[in-house]
Ligand binder design. Structure first.
Ligand code: PMP
Length: 393
């Protein structure tokens, strides 16, 4: 039986990490995998999360199974963070999932259960795992144009033109903020126009919110999602706690499904069913940490302060890189780096140029020239800028 299996292509980003690790050059720069790193190249446990962990350890008296759909207090804290105080609790169903990836997967599954003929619209480009999950599910999907590779900003007219083709009951997947891989995001005005179009077509928005707090701030990064939630009757939101709480390996995420008071109970039952059929109970520990951090005023204030430092640190690196490139190129054609938001930017280098920077400068980035801004520090920014110019980008 087992010899029927075909080898799977290795994950490109993980393969790049391996290559980086094996590179023996002293001065090497890893801009590959999407994990936040501080100036020392470390991914520390956030202060408030560490304190919450101690409290959980001290207070936990059992390891019995917890909620099948997750913990209601986690759902409430997440709904408030994402949708704001006064969110429509009576029409919101929530599911704790295995990370944001699990939330995406369960969202796709729920959409398919509700409408077996649904087609899923994803941005071109998008996080590669969206595509591979959809292919694995044998789920019908298509792409809409999103990124203008000349200006390195959103090609909004093309996006709207393509999304006019979405039908009632289709799912339109949108990145809530900090678009991965491009770093180019919708303005609030553009979110409004997307909402208008979705209202016209009857397509259902699904928002992947994996970087809340990494772009313009906790509240600002949720603004597009909130606008959509206020305007559309049905919305799916796949939120990840991996980045903003720095709890990648705890696998913590939440799928929120906004419908009506009438649909809530059935939706909630279907969500629990999905967990049950897939892995039964979701991981508990990360939910407990996030709930504590969000609901204890002292922990929350400290977490928000640290998250803000993370965010502004990345913005400073963006500005430094844009300034350096302005000097070296004697032009403003790289200013987009400072305008992008989140952990990533797609620089617009060709695969050959990306390979040349790896060979010649030990600078590792994903083949589509996506860089992780947090992989830089003050010393490596000039190295990257020089390498980009020398490679002819
Ligand atoms: N969506 C996007 C766009 C992402 O970049 C990621 C993380 N790479 C996720 C979802 C999910 O992350 P996780 O499963 O680690 O929470």
């Amino acid at each position: 039986m087992l010899n029927n299996l075909k080898p799977q292509a290795p994950d490109k980003i993980l393969a790049l990490m391996e290559e980086y690790r094996a590179d023996e050059r002293d001065q090497k720069v890893d801009l590959g995998v999407g994990v936040y790193k501080n100036a020392e190249g470390e991914t520390p446990i956030m202060r408030a999360v560490h304190k919450a962990e101690k409290q959980v350890w001290e207070n936990e008296t059992t390891k019995k199974y917890a909620g099948l759909a997750g913990q209601p207090e986690f759902h409430a804290a997440m709904a408030e963070m994402v949708l704001g105080k006064g969110y429509p609790a009576d029409s919101l169903a929530c599911l704790s999932t295995v990370g944001g990836t699990g939330a995406c997967r369960m969202g796709f599954e729920l959409a398919r259960m509700a409408n077996p003929g649904t087609k899923i619209w994803v941005s071109d480009p998008t996080w590669p795992n969206h595509l591979s999950i959809l292919k694995f599910m044998d789920q019908d999907f298509t792409t809409y144009r999103y990124f203008d590779s000349e200006t390195r900003s959103v090609d909004f007219d093309a996006m709207i033109e393509d999304l006019k083709g979405a039908k009632e009951g289709d799912i339109v997947l949108l990145h809530g903020c900090c678009h991965n891989p491009t770093g180019a995001n919708l303005t609030l005005e553009q979110w409004g126009k997307v909402a208008d179009l979705l209202q016209e077509t009857g397509a259902v928005p699904m928002i992947d919110l994996a970087y809340q707090g990494f772009g313009d701030g906790l509240e600002a990064d949720a603004a597009g999602t909130r606008l959509i939630a206020e305007r559309l009757p049905e919305v799916l939101i796949a939120a990840s706690c991996s980045k903003n709480f720095g709890i990648y390996r705890e696998r913590t995420g939440c799928l929120m499904v906004l419908g009506s008071e009438e649909t809530k109970k059935t939706v909630q039952g279907n969500l629990a069913y999905l967990n049950r059929q897939t892995y039964s109970f979701p991981p508990y520990h990360g939910q407990a940490l996030v709930t504590r951090v969000l609901t204890d005023p002292e922990l929350r204030a400290d977490w928000e302060a640290e998250l803000e430092d993370v965010r502004t640190g990345m913005l400073e690196l963006r500005q430094q890189l844009a300034d350096e490139l302005r000097k070296l190129s004697n032009s403003d054609r790289f200013d987009f780096v400072a305008e992008h938001r989140g952990m990533f930017s797609r620089l617009g280098a060709t695969p050959e140029q990306v390979a040349a920077m790896k060979e010649g400068n030990a600078i590792y980035m994903v083949g589509d020239s996506r860089i992780n801004i947090a992989g830089l520090n003050k010393n490596s920014v000039p190295l990257l800028a020089r390498a980009l110019i020398d490679a002819g980008v």
